[in-house]
Write a protein that binds this ligand. Sequence first.
Ligand SMILES: Nc1ncnc2c1ncn2[C@@H]1O[C@H](COP(=O)(O)OP(=O)(O)OP(=O)(O)O)[C@@H](O)[C@H]1O
Length: 253
Amino acid sequence: MATHAGGLTADHPAATVRIRSLVRSFGDRNVLDGLDLDLGAGEFVALLGRSGSGKSTLLRALAGLDHDVTGTGELGAPDPVAVVFQDARLLPWKRVLDNVVLGLDGPDPVARGRAALAEVGLAGREKTWPVELSGGEQQRVSLARSLVREPGLLLADEPFGALDALTRIRMHVLLRRLCARHRPAVLLVTHDVDEAIVLADRVVVLAKGRIGADIPVDLPAPRAHGSAAYATLRERLLEELGVDPTAQEESAV
Ligand SMILES: Nc1ncnc2c1ncn2[C@@H]1O[C@H](COP(=O)(O)OP(=O)(O)OP(=O)(O)O)[C@@H](O)[C@H]1O
């Protein structure tokens, strides 16, 4: 099993996601090869790994979207699971509010949809068409569409990868606030070591089809880039990713 330097243990009663011996193969190649991972209820976990290491494959398995892949293993996830991708994937022929409430069960979906849009800072934009929104605004709609369903697990596959640096910082603040309020477990795939440190309670690194490192982020908020503890953790994560932190300035891998 994956080792946890702190916090959750493999059979922690509060684990809401429980993955054991997960194998996912394309042809005769095992992309995931006996992977174990737990997420606690409300826990925010960032998933790092080199390109092609299988991060999206793991997310798709958790989302139940891996129909083109063979596999074995135990995969327990709460219901419902929500997914946010790098592109917002809004239906262009539906207005913003209609995108948020599409297929939404339960009482008063329109009121809940409006409240969700207000939460992401888009009150008053309910009747707007997706094409009239910026990339950051479209991602806000995508977050509203996910969180209005009160998911037990939010899967995010590089959700801010296509946004400019300032918008990304604003989205980090928003996502932290939304997660503190709704408390889903979160598995966030990112290439950005700083994004992982700023957002996550725990960072896991995928290597050779398994969780190769599992590191709690014990830094006080707000997580300042300048602190010694931040720099040490950043260096450790870059090492886990096989990047020499002294050789280059970029944190994206
Ligand atoms: N549908 C598919 N058919 C065949 N091989 C696939 C398929 N999807 C993914 N793979 C392979 O599985 C491996 C893992 O892919 P995956 O997209 O999960 O990696 P990743 O870590 O998310 O990569 P990146 O960071 O570049 O997005 C890659 O080698 C990829 O080529």
